[in-house]
Design a protein around this ligand. Structure first.
Ligand code: 13P
Ligand code: SF4
Length: 346
């Protein structure tokens, strides 16, 4: 093994010895060396979402974080190439914010069930039905949907974004559960309108949030029964959820926050056990960073889209320039306004 790979291998071993077979660490450290050389050669930066698998997460990203964090990093980098270890809507957001850079997504089909749930025409139809009502769009959407929106939000700032508008009513798209959770926190209530030509206009008199029936295929799988069963066995467990979980699950938990916020919670809390209800590679990554804490595992749901990003295809993305993410300029300019407005409010 060359000395650089040996160093990387030793470093990964300190975090991952209990989680990943030694032979995998050994093999992947050699790929990491190739990626680091290509990164230098291409003047590239690698951004890694918190859901990346442990070996990738602990080896090649220059910056790791949640969607909001990575958007900020993408906006401010001066590197020529951004390799996004995440899913397509995240890579598109990087391109929207930094159009002069080449943005690469190592797996062209790494999508998201939320982003697939709504089209730009759906948003236009909602705007026709509720003229003048501001549109808040979760960043887990494609660029053409963002372009129809007044402001974006992430799981980390959704409440602050809604409150920043100072209006009685908002259109909040497309995650029905995030909408339900924001409604619970802000004291609003949410309706899900039908848009067919025959549908009657809804009165806005008591409507405070207009939602959409999108959901995350991963967070949809967690149930109140999961939490009840764990609490029965471990009464002093701290249960953490992502706000893409159904509102009744979030209500039954002790804490809900973005992926970064949950990582911070585990670091700072002295709870004797933790149950983190989000996708399972992040559970592994938190366990690796906190060997002294007891993370109970309910590892049944891996995001199939995040799972498409591998060390091998990151290397190939830098070698063969794939897959280049482009956003038509007229859409990008309008989407930029919504994303930038969000970033400015924090
Ligand atoms: P975060 O913004 O909290 O990282 O979440 C992104 C995501 O896709 C969660 O499923
Ligand atoms: Fe989309 Fe859910 Fe995967 Fe996040 S975990 S990228 S919301 S499918």
């Amino acid at each position: 093994m060359n000395p650089e790979a040996q160093l990387l291998y030793e470093d990964m071993k300190t975090h991952l010895a209990k989680l990943v077979p030694d032979v995998e660490l050994y093999y992947k450290s050699e790929i990491a060396v190739e990626i680091n050389a290509l990164k230098k050669e291409r003047n590239a930066i690698i951004l890694g979402h918190n859901y990346m698998e442990p070996v990738l997460f602990y080896s090649i990203p220059d910056f790791k974080g949640d969607s909001l964090d990575l958007s900020r990093k993408a906006a401010s980098t001066d590197k020529d190439v951004i390799v996004f270890c995440g899913v397509k809507f995240m890579a598109e957001t990087a391109k929207i914010l930094n159009p002069s850079k080449k943005v690469l997504l190592p797996a062209s089909k790494a999508g998201c069930s939320l982003a697939e749930s709504i089209t730009a025409e759906d948003v236009r139809a909602l705007k026709r039905k509720y003229p003048g009502v501001p549109v808040v769009t979760y960043v887990n959407t494609y660029a053409d949907v963002k372009a129809e929106s007044d402001i974006c939000c992430t799981s980390g700032n959704a409440i602050a974004v809604v409150e920043s508008l100072h209006t009685d009513t908002v259109i909040f798209l497309p995650d029905q559960y995030l909408a339900g959770n924001v409604a619970r926190e802000t004291g609003k209530h949410v309706i899900f309108p039908s848009l067919g030509a025959e549908s009657l206009p809804d009165t806005l008199l008591d409507v405070q949030m207009v939602g959409w029936k999108g959901k995350c295929e991963v967070h949809d799988k967690f149930t109140v029964e999961d939490i009840r069963a764990i609490r029965e066995q471990f009464p002093d467990v701290a249960v953490l959820t992502h706000p893409e979980c159904p509102p009744e699950v979030v209500a039954a938990a002790d804490y809900s926050g973005s992926t970064n916020a949950m990582i911070k919670y585990v670091q700072q809390s002295q709870a004797p056990h933790f149950l983190v209800l989000t996708e399972c590679s992040m559970g592994d990554n938190i366990a690796a960073a906190n060997p002294d804490k007891d993370l109970l595992r309910l590892c049944m749901v891996r995001c199939p889209h995040m799972n498409m990003i591998t060390m091998e295809n990151v290397r190939d993305s830098l070698l063969h320039d794939r897959y280049v993410i482009d956003v038509p300029e007229d859409i990008r300019v309008r989407a930029f306004k919504a994303v930038d407005r969000m970033i400015k409010i924090g």
